[in-house]
Design a protein around this ligand. Structure first.
Ligand SMILES: [Zn+2]
Length: 425
């Protein structure tokens, strides 16, 4: 006669590790690890995921947004669900663990609850969100946007070459875009949402801390910047007669690097990048007459996302003017920072402590499905370290011990949140 296991004892790191290995083999063979949303390989991996969910005791459905959802009933039939999950699609040549860790750890939590006969009070749902990475349709977080009513008609009408519209693609994965004119979940429909993910940065690994408790997700602002000077002969134009637009761009690039470095503090995360540059005429014997660049700013502070660009531009204006250069700037996108629910954050941190794992509060510099869920439910995220802080590359890796820590903290957090009554928002 076997003793009754607790759900924590029924968790199997080996089974989760094995599932991570197996799911990652659904890849374009000449381009590991590539599993693009909507591709035949993605569809095959979803069939496999469905089987894994069923083995874990979950009943499986696909919602109108094309999200694959497994559900365990709770003891209180009318309670709102606790949701966990992440995404199974990848970028091109992407990593093996980005996204799938959160989906498969959710399935393992369900498997352990099921095997140990330990029902939560709330229904428990594990989600594979559709197309978190920007697909060929140019839209990211398709499934999580759809869930909260943030997938616009414009987005649904986006086309990818040879693939029709995003709406048609959602239909092909089993969704129903005609239902997406309204949110699938509104504020108050979920008890809570928790997502486990790899950090995708170096902070936890550097400090040798197994658990990150994510406090916020950065806001992202992008500017298109055009610096206009004058194209001239590079041999005959003396240095004091030039209006070199690329010199102006160099000044801007260095200034934004220094400004971002200076603005970082214990509480405030600021990164700024010029990752796109176009030089005209872009010729070895011509003084650059015009440069177009994209300036991106990410921060967990609203104020920084809001004002950083204008501050930088007005600081640079006199210097650029003195060089005979004109500066034109245009804000092309502006996403505000997301603060995770304080009670969820506390419970995740406490859960790590109960299990004896050191943890660190940190913001996320990357976007996640949890951003959208945080708009309608108490939400939080758990990070584990990734190898050398690398992600979105074939070298992305994790340690088994960190995976196990993340898995246990996920279960502990869900059990704690199950017993918690949240303050109404
Ligand atoms: Zn991800």
């Amino acid at each position: 006669m076997s003793h009754t296991l607790t759900a924590m004892q029924a968790l199997s790191s080996q089974r989760l590790w094995q599932r991570l290995e197996t799911l990652s083999t659904f890849t374009d063979p000449d381009r590991p690890w590539t599993r693009r949303a909507f591709s035949p390989r993605f569809m095959a991996s979803r069939e496999w995921l469905t089987e894994q969910m069923q083995q874990a005791g979950l009943s499986v459905r696909i919602d109108s947004g094309g999200n694959l959802i497994g559900r365990l009933e709770g003891t209180q039939p009318h309670a709102k669900p606790i949701m966990t999950g992440s995404h199974s699609d990848t970028v091109f040549d992407g990593g093996r663990y980005d996204g799938i860790l959160g989906v498969l750890a959710g399935i393992e939590v369900a498997h352990a609850l099921h095997d140990s006969n330990q029902q939560l009070e709330h229904p428990f749902e594990v989600v594979d969100f559709l197309s978190e990475e920007p697909s060929d349709f140019g839209v990211s977080c398709v499934g999580s946007r759809a869930m909260v009513g943030a997938l616009s008609a414009d987005m649904l009408a986006q086309r990818a070459s040879g693939a029709g519209t995003l709406a048609e693609a959602i239909t092909l994965v089993g969704g129903d875009p005609t239902q997406l004119t309204q949110p699938l979940y509104s504020s108050g429909d979920l008890h809570a949402f928790v997502e486990l993910h790899i950090e995708q940065g170096p902070v936890l690994e550097r400090q040798d801390i197994p658990i990150g408790v994510v406090t916020d997700l950065v806001g992202i602002r992008r500017f298109r910047v055009v610096i206009t000077g004058q194209p001239d002969h590079s041999g005959t134009t003396p240095m004091d007669h030039r209006k070199d637009a690329l010199v102006g761009a160099a000044i801007l690039i260095q200034a934004t690097q220094q400004k971002a470095i200076q603005m970082n503090s214990e509480q405030r995360y600021v990164v700024s990048t010029v990752g796109y540059l176009s030089v005209m005429p872009n010729s070895s014997n011509a003084v650059p007459g015009k440069v177009e660049l994209m300036l991106e700013i990410r921060s967990n502070e609203d104020h920084v996302v809001e004002h950083y660009g204008e501050q930088l531009f007005s600081m640079l204006q006199p210097e650029l003017q003195a060089l005979g250069l004109q500066l034109h700037t245009e804000s092309v996108s502006h996403g505000k920072p997301t603060r995770f629910d304080a009670e969820v954050v506390d419970r995740i941190e406490h859960s790590a402590g109960v299990l004896g794992y050191p943890s660190l509060r940190l913001p996320s510099g990357a976007g996640h499905d949890a951003v959208y869920l945080a708009g309608i439910a108490p939400a939080g995220m758990v990070f584990i370290p990734c190898l050398n802080g690398r992600s979105h590359c074939p070298e992305e890796g994790i340690q088994l011990a960190h995976m196990e820590a993340g898995l246990k903290v996920l279960l502990q957090s869900i059990q704690t949140i199950d017993q918690h009554v949240f303050n109404q928002k």
